[in-house]
Design a protein around this ligand. Structure first.
Ligand SMILES: *Cc1c(COP(=O)(O)O)cnc(C)c1O
Length: 229
């Protein structure tokens, strides 16, 4: 068995154990395999083992992989920072975008989503306490952004996403995930239904599942350490 396939099985087992520990239904958390920096061959190995959804951060790299695998019907998720001049490629080639953090980007994606494709599934990235990246909308601005995005054609608002600062302490890992879950509940209470919490990476998937993640985004634990050089 290849390293990727055995890693994938180990991550699936971790996910199942985390669901069980949290009293959640088996299979209720979706596994997004984050393949950024890895070659097409790595994607195909995971796909051959049954992995369906892949996450990417860099538009050009992702579009090449998506175009090379159209016959495989994989599901491509854009999870990285998104600049205005790259929205068209994302609108044309992805099923999901997890990293919308301002209205201008959502408006461009809505205008550029081809009419023959299903709506682009959207998560709003929120800068919860201790967010490692500088992107993400402020918690206080999240409801207004959700209301505006929910009104756009060509998009379907699904939920919220966050990337907390890495820490080894389980309680510290859970706090920002809980904050995101509470924010989701507040948006739902205001009449905007959200069914998705995109949170949890290789080092903190257990904490994210305990706090209600519905999609975990796992790169290193499946493909190995990335080399950006
Ligand atoms: C790279 C990346 C991941 C995967 O992180 P790992 O620690 O390798 O599992 C998840 N989410 C986002 C937004 C990323 O950029």
């Amino acid at each position: 068995m290849s390293v990727i396939v055995s890693n994938l099985q180990a991550v699936q087992a971790r996910l199942a154990a985390a669901e069980k520990a949290a009293g959640r239904t088996n299979g209720s958390v979706r596994l997004l395999a984050v393949s950024k920096t890895w070659p097409l061959a790595s994607v195909l190995e995971a796909a051959d083992a049954g992995q369906q959804a892949f996450g990417e951060n860099y538009v050009q790299e992702a579009v090449e992989k998506a175009m090379a695998t159209v016959d495989r019907h994989l599901e491509w998720h854009f999870i990285g920072p998104l600049q205005s001049n790259k929205t068209r490629l994302v609108a044309e080639h992805f099923a999901w975008v997890h990293s919308v953090d301002r209205l201008k980007i959502a408006e461009r994606l809505a205008a550029q989503r081809p009419a023959h494709l299903p709506p682009l599934q959207i998560c709003i990235q929120v800068n919860v306490s201790g967010e490692a990246s500088k992107s993400g909308c402020a918690p206080a601005d999240t409801l207004a952004l959700c209301q505006a995005v929910a009104a756009l054609p060509g998009l379907r608002l699904r939920g919220l996403m966050a990337i907390p600062e890495p820490t080894d302490d389980l309680a510290a890992q859970r706090a920002p995930f809980r904050q995101l879950r509470e924010l989701q509940a507040a948006v739902c209470a205001a009449g905007i239904p959200l069914d998705t919490l995109s949170m949890g990476m290789s080092h903190d998937l257990e904490a994210a599942v305990a706090e209600g993640a519905t999609i975990v985004r796992i790169g290193t634990a499946i493909f190995g350490e990335r080399n950006y050089a």
